[in-house]
Design a protein around this ligand. Structure first.
Ligand code: AMP
Length: 173
């Protein structure tokens, strides 16, 4: 069985979470299977092995799980993008629109260096708003977005188009 098929069979669909009409893609069954989780990290790392990447930027909170594994696999530094108020040191902030209202992400001011090439990692790409706000934070630090890596992409929401050709996902719905 391919890793993609295995992931499709293991990722759990939870209807109407966190609110009616949303089909939540629950990756916790993947984490519970140590062998599958390890091979998922291998598959996430594979396309980036020969790319010039200086840092992995992981998005809170499920992005941390995959971003940490990817940073370890690729021997790159791991940088955290967190929701407002969670990072302890001095930060820059970026707000973005949600379906209802607004959210803010933050990055430590010393996390990236000018000209550094970064790979942005999250568990799932939906509209691309979260990843796009993260890319803005990276750009404001003078760093360059080498690409985006997700475990899951909800293709019908066109987030991939918004982020461009450097966006990859293992599983597409
Ligand atoms: P977006 O900014 O619309 O691309 O949404 C992506 C973020 O929201 C990611 O951090 C995901 O973890 C989370 N997310 C959005 N939709 C879902 C979904 N259907 N299942 C699980 N997580 C989701």
């Amino acid at each position: 069985m391919t890793i993609v098929l295995e992931l499709q069979r293991t990722i759990r669909d939870v209807p109407d979470f966190p609110k009616p009409g949303i089909m939540f893609k629950d990756i916790t069954p993947v984490l519970m299977n140590a062998d599958l989780f390890g091979r998922t990290l291998d598959a996430l790392a594979e396309p980036w092995k020969n790319e010039k990447v200086d840092a992995i930027v992981a998005i809170e909170s499920r992005g941390f799980l995959f971003g940490a594994g990817l940073a370890e696999r690729l021997s790159k530094s791991l940088v955290l993008v967190r929701k407002k108020g969670k990072l302890p040191y001095s930060t820059i902030s970026q707000s973005y629109a949600l379906e209802y209202g607004e959210a803010t992400l933050e990055l430590h001011t010393d996390a990236l260096q000018k000209g550094h090439r970064v790979l942005i990692v999250d568990d799932l790409l939906a509209t691309g708003g979260t990843a796009d706000a993260t890319a803005k934070l990276v750009g404001r630090q003078g760093a360059i977005v080498a690409g985006f890596q997700f475990v899951i992409e909800l293709g019908f929401l066109d987030g991939g188009k918004r982020l461009g050709p450097t966006s990859r996902a293992l599983v597409r719905y």
